[in-house]
Write a protein that binds this ligand. Structure first.
Ligand SMILES: Nc1ncnc2c1ncn2[C@@H]1O[C@H](COP(=O)(O)OP(=O)(O)OP(=O)(O)O)[C@@H](O)[C@H]1O
Ligand SMILES: [Mg+2]
Length: 416
């Protein structure tokens, strides 16, 4: 309390000093340097404006009391030692709240420790009075040189799909802190999606397919491969093919590679940097089933083709979207994995999955309070293949009925 009072008085003092000096100078110059007794006449003006500033500051401090007290309560400070070994403490200060983005800014005169805020996430949430911790999500970003920005937002745990989420030239990836999140089709790269069984991969896969089909006019063909299930065989569209056979998959990759190289030839002739035609996109569910196949030569051939497509596919618009429960080298060869630029991470307790798709735990902690192993179904971290930006998303639930009706919808206009 005493700390708050001190903070308030210092801040009020500064505001009043600036105000009075400003007023004085205005009077001084408008009266052509009149003597001090002239100012005497304006004492009520000083009094009233001083009172206004006092009330304004008081309301500001009461309104944001919790935020002013936060650095003090959680010991968020910076300490420096001078030559006499005396240490001086610079406490972080609440700077401003941006209503539009629901973001709180904290500042330290020396430098600010973002990691401290990340480590104290749960205590910060508690202090701000969110009893039900599930209610609110949390993003911590460095801002300017000496500031930290804390953004509070809500992400639903479960919500339903609706067709209005589809958008021309864009892929809907779910809802993020600002609402519907779209990846421009142009920016799509070959990607890996990993998450443990039941985390919502297939749900997510179907949702991506909806967006791709919605953009059929920019996509030459979609190839679906699933060696252990038939889910993707349901589409039966003029621009989709499904296979659950490894030899067929092998032939397909061979074709895709040749197509890619033909496109490169064409680009070379036309001196184009990117292929100016439509996409060829291949989606593979559970790539691990290829790795466990007995035919070594066949596997090697497949993976070599995948590496080449991953490396060079983007410019020629030949892309791979690969789904897997695990991404260690027994499921997907490292060389294939490292050539997929984008990644999607769903619930997993494997640190290996996290590190090799998104990055360090600390990077995950910047954008969410929830541990990846505790993610609800359909919660995804997307790492953009071009910008490496990381986005926390919740994907909608696609019930069996919704999936069937969406497939019918696409059959009605694509197969006509
Ligand atoms: N976004 C979501 N919101 C709510 N529930 C979901 C969501 N996605 C999936 N589910 C639920 O979780 C169950 C498992 O989802 P899904 O089949 O997509 O998991 P998976 O990761 O593909 O699992 P597996 O690796 O075993 O194939 C689904 O039956 C569905 O009920
Ligand atoms: Mg699945």
């Amino acid at each position: 309390m005493l700390y708050m009072l001190r903070l308030f008085i210092v801040n009020l003092g500064i505001h009043l000093a600036v105000l009075f000096l400003g007023l004085f100078l205005v009077i001084f110059f408008t009266k052509n340097g009149a003597a001090l007794d002239e100012v005497e006449k304006y004492k009520y003006l000083f009094l009233v404006s001083g009172l206004v500033v006092f009330i304004e500051r008081l309301i500001y401090y009461i309104k944001y009391y919790k935020f002013h007290i936060l650095p003090y309560s959680l010991k968020l400070f910076n300490r420096v030692n001078n030559e006499q070994k005396e240490s001086k403490i610079y406490l972080d200060k609440f700077k401003i709240y941006d209503k539009k983005s629901n973001t709180y800014f904290f500042k330290n005169r020396l430098s600010i420790d973002k990691k401290a805020y990340i480590d104290l996430k749960d205590r910060i949430i508690h202090l701000l009075g969110y009893e039900d911790k599930n209610e609110v999500e949390f993003e911590i970003k460095a801002h300017n040189k000496k500031e930290v920005a804390i953004k509070l937002f809500k992400l639903p745990k479960k919500f339903d799909w609706h067709i209005g989420l589809l958008k021309d030239k864009n892929i809907y990836l779910g809802h993020n802190k600002d609402g519907s999140y779209y990846l421009p089709l142009e920016n799509l790269t070959s990607s890996i999606c990993c998450g443990e069984s039941g985390s919502g991969k297939s749900n997510f896969l179907n949702m991506i397919i909806f967006s791709l089909l919605q953009n059929s006019q920019y996509i030459e063909h979609l190839d679906f491969i699933d060696l252990k299930g038939v889910e993707l065989s349901r589409y039966e569209l003029n621009n989709t093919t499904f296979t659950d056979n490894i030899e067929e998959a092998n032939n397909l990759f061979e074709n895709l590679k040749n197509e890619m190289n033909n496109r490169f030839k064409e680009m070379k002739e036309k001196k184009d940097l990117t292929y100016n035609g439509n996409f060829r996109i291949c989606l593979i569910d559970e790539i691990g089933t290829i790795s466990t196949h007995f035919d070594k030569k066949l596997k090697e051939n497949i993976f070599n083709n995948l590496i080449e497509i991953g490396q060079k596919g983007r410019a020629s618009k030949v892309l791979l979207l690969i789904f897997s429960q695990k991404i260690d080298s027994t499921n997907i060869p490292t060389n294939v994995l490292t050539n997929l630029q984008g990644s999607f991470l769903l619930r997993t307790s494997s640190q290996f999955n996290i590190n090799n798709s998104i990055g360090l735990n600390e990077e995950v902690e910047e954008i969410t309070r929830t541990r990846v192993q505790d993610f609800p179904k359909g919660r995804v971290i997307f790492k953009d293949g071009l910008s490496s930006e990381k986005v926390l998303l919740q994907t909608p639930f696609l019930s069996q009925d919704v999936q069937n009706s969406m497939i019918k919808y696409f059959q009605n206009w694509i197969n006509k």
